[in-house]
Design a protein around this ligand. Structure first.
Ligand code: ZN
Length: 154
Protein backbone atom coordinates (compact mmCIF):
# COMPACT_ATOMS: atom_id res chain seq x y z
CA UNK A 1 0.00 0.00 0.00
CA UNK A 2 2.88 2.34 0.67
CA UNK A 3 3.78 4.70 -2.14
CA UNK A 4 7.38 6.01 -1.95
CA UNK A 5 6.38 9.48 -3.16
CA UNK A 6 3.57 9.70 -0.61
CA UNK A 7 6.04 8.66 2.09
CA UNK A 8 8.45 11.36 1.01
CA UNK A 9 5.67 13.96 1.02
CA UNK A 10 4.60 12.87 4.48
CA UNK A 11 8.19 13.09 5.70
CA UNK A 12 8.61 16.65 4.39
CA UNK A 13 5.29 17.74 5.91
CA UNK A 14 6.17 16.26 9.29
CA UNK A 15 9.61 17.85 9.20
CA UNK A 16 8.06 21.28 8.62
CA UNK A 17 5.46 20.60 11.30
CA UNK A 18 8.08 19.72 13.90
CA UNK A 19 10.45 22.57 13.06
CA UNK A 20 8.45 25.30 11.34
CA UNK A 21 10.50 27.79 9.31
CA UNK A 22 9.83 31.46 9.75
CA UNK A 23 8.34 31.05 13.22
CA UNK A 24 10.69 33.67 14.66
CA UNK A 25 8.89 36.98 15.21
CA UNK A 26 10.12 39.89 13.13
CA UNK A 27 10.35 43.42 14.42
CA UNK A 28 8.41 46.27 12.83
CA UNK A 29 6.76 44.24 10.09
CA UNK A 30 5.26 46.21 7.20
CA UNK A 31 2.08 44.20 7.32
CA UNK A 32 0.46 41.60 9.57
CA UNK A 33 -2.71 39.63 9.01
CA UNK A 34 -4.51 36.92 10.87
CA UNK A 35 -6.38 34.00 9.44
CA UNK A 36 -8.63 31.33 10.87
CA UNK A 37 -9.91 28.03 9.64
CA UNK A 38 -12.94 27.37 11.86
CA UNK A 39 -13.60 23.93 10.41
CA UNK A 40 -10.37 22.63 11.92
CA UNK A 41 -9.48 25.28 14.51
CA UNK A 42 -6.28 26.39 12.78
CA UNK A 43 -5.11 29.94 13.50
CA UNK A 44 -2.34 31.88 11.87
CA UNK A 45 -0.62 35.21 12.15
CA UNK A 46 1.53 36.16 9.21
CA UNK A 47 3.84 39.18 9.06
CA UNK A 48 5.92 40.48 6.22
CA UNK A 49 8.80 42.88 6.04
CA UNK A 50 9.57 44.28 2.64
CA UNK A 51 12.60 45.82 1.11
CA UNK A 52 12.61 47.13 -2.43
CA UNK A 53 9.39 45.23 -3.33
CA UNK A 54 10.89 41.97 -2.11
CA UNK A 55 10.03 39.83 0.89
CA UNK A 56 12.92 40.70 3.15
CA UNK A 57 11.61 38.72 6.11
CA UNK A 58 8.56 36.73 7.04
CA UNK A 59 7.10 35.43 10.24
CA UNK A 60 4.45 32.74 10.38
CA UNK A 61 2.90 31.89 13.72
CA UNK A 62 0.51 29.03 13.24
CA UNK A 63 -1.42 27.06 15.81
CA UNK A 64 -3.21 24.13 14.35
CA UNK A 65 -2.95 20.76 12.72
CA UNK A 66 0.15 19.36 11.02
CA UNK A 67 -1.01 20.35 7.55
CA UNK A 68 -1.70 23.99 8.44
CA UNK A 69 1.60 24.40 10.28
CA UNK A 70 3.60 22.64 7.57
CA UNK A 71 1.93 24.68 4.85
CA UNK A 72 2.81 27.94 6.65
CA UNK A 73 6.37 26.78 7.09
CA UNK A 74 6.70 25.77 3.44
CA UNK A 75 5.26 29.15 2.51
CA UNK A 76 7.82 30.99 4.62
CA UNK A 77 10.63 29.08 2.98
CA UNK A 78 9.24 29.48 -0.52
CA UNK A 79 8.61 33.22 -0.59
CA UNK A 80 11.50 34.67 1.38
CA UNK A 81 13.59 36.89 -0.89
CA UNK A 82 11.03 36.75 -3.69
CA UNK A 83 9.50 39.80 -5.32
CA UNK A 84 5.85 40.62 -4.71
CA UNK A 85 4.90 39.65 -8.26
CA UNK A 86 6.67 36.30 -7.90
CA UNK A 87 4.88 35.70 -4.60
CA UNK A 88 1.53 36.42 -6.24
CA UNK A 89 2.33 33.93 -8.96
CA UNK A 90 3.36 31.25 -6.46
CA UNK A 91 0.23 31.81 -4.34
CA UNK A 92 -2.04 31.48 -7.36
CA UNK A 93 -0.32 28.23 -8.37
CA UNK A 94 -0.59 26.77 -4.86
CA UNK A 95 -4.27 27.67 -4.66
CA UNK A 96 -4.94 25.99 -8.00
CA UNK A 97 -2.87 22.97 -7.01
CA UNK A 98 -4.76 22.53 -3.74
CA UNK A 99 -8.06 22.73 -5.54
CA UNK A 100 -6.89 20.04 -7.95
CA UNK A 101 -6.80 22.45 -10.89
CA UNK A 102 -4.18 22.40 -13.62
CA UNK A 103 -0.98 24.28 -12.98
CA UNK A 104 1.63 25.44 -15.49
CA UNK A 105 3.84 22.42 -16.31
CA UNK A 106 6.98 24.55 -16.01
CA UNK A 107 6.10 25.87 -12.55
CA UNK A 108 9.09 25.52 -10.25
CA UNK A 109 7.60 24.66 -6.91
CA UNK A 110 10.37 22.98 -4.97
CA UNK A 111 9.19 21.57 -1.67
CA UNK A 112 5.78 23.23 -1.82
CA UNK A 113 4.91 20.61 -4.40
CA UNK A 114 4.23 18.27 -1.45
CA UNK A 115 1.03 20.25 -0.84
CA UNK A 116 -0.27 18.66 -4.00
CA UNK A 117 -0.84 15.50 -1.98
CA UNK A 118 -3.32 17.38 0.22
CA UNK A 119 -5.98 17.73 -2.47
CA UNK A 120 -6.75 14.05 -2.01
CA UNK A 121 -8.07 14.91 1.44
CA UNK A 122 -10.81 17.53 0.91
CA UNK A 123 -11.19 18.29 4.64
CA UNK A 124 -7.50 19.19 4.80
CA UNK A 125 -7.48 21.54 1.81
CA UNK A 126 -8.66 24.49 3.92
CA UNK A 127 -5.89 23.78 6.42
CA UNK A 128 -3.26 23.96 3.70
CA UNK A 129 -4.87 27.02 2.09
CA UNK A 130 -5.03 29.07 5.30
CA UNK A 131 -1.48 30.45 5.22
CA UNK A 132 -1.69 31.21 1.50
CA UNK A 133 -5.00 33.09 1.73
CA UNK A 134 -3.60 35.03 4.71
CA UNK A 135 -0.53 35.86 2.62
CA UNK A 136 -2.74 37.12 -0.21
CA UNK A 137 -4.65 39.27 2.33
CA UNK A 138 -1.32 40.76 3.41
CA UNK A 139 -0.38 41.62 -0.16
CA UNK A 140 -3.81 43.13 -0.77
CA UNK A 141 -3.60 45.36 2.28
CA UNK A 142 -0.12 46.46 1.26
CA UNK A 143 -1.39 47.32 -2.18
CA UNK A 144 -4.37 49.26 -0.83
CA UNK A 145 -2.10 51.14 1.49
CA UNK A 146 0.51 52.08 -1.10
CA UNK A 147 -2.28 53.32 -3.34
CA UNK A 148 -3.47 55.61 -0.58
CA UNK A 149 -0.16 56.98 0.69
CA UNK A 150 2.77 56.36 -1.59
CA UNK A 151 5.19 58.67 0.16
CA UNK A 152 4.39 57.59 3.70
CA UNK A 153 7.42 56.37 5.61
CA UNK A 154 5.45 55.09 8.56
ZN1 ZN B 1 -6.20 21.98 10.10
Amino acid sequence: MSDPLEDLYREIILDHYHSPRGSRKIENPDVTNEGKNPSCGDEIELSLKLNDHKIDDISVACKGCAISVASGSLLAEAIKGKSISEVKKISAIVKAMLKGEDIPPDAELGDIEVLKSVNKFPVRVKCALLSWTTLIDCLDSLENRSGAAVSSTE
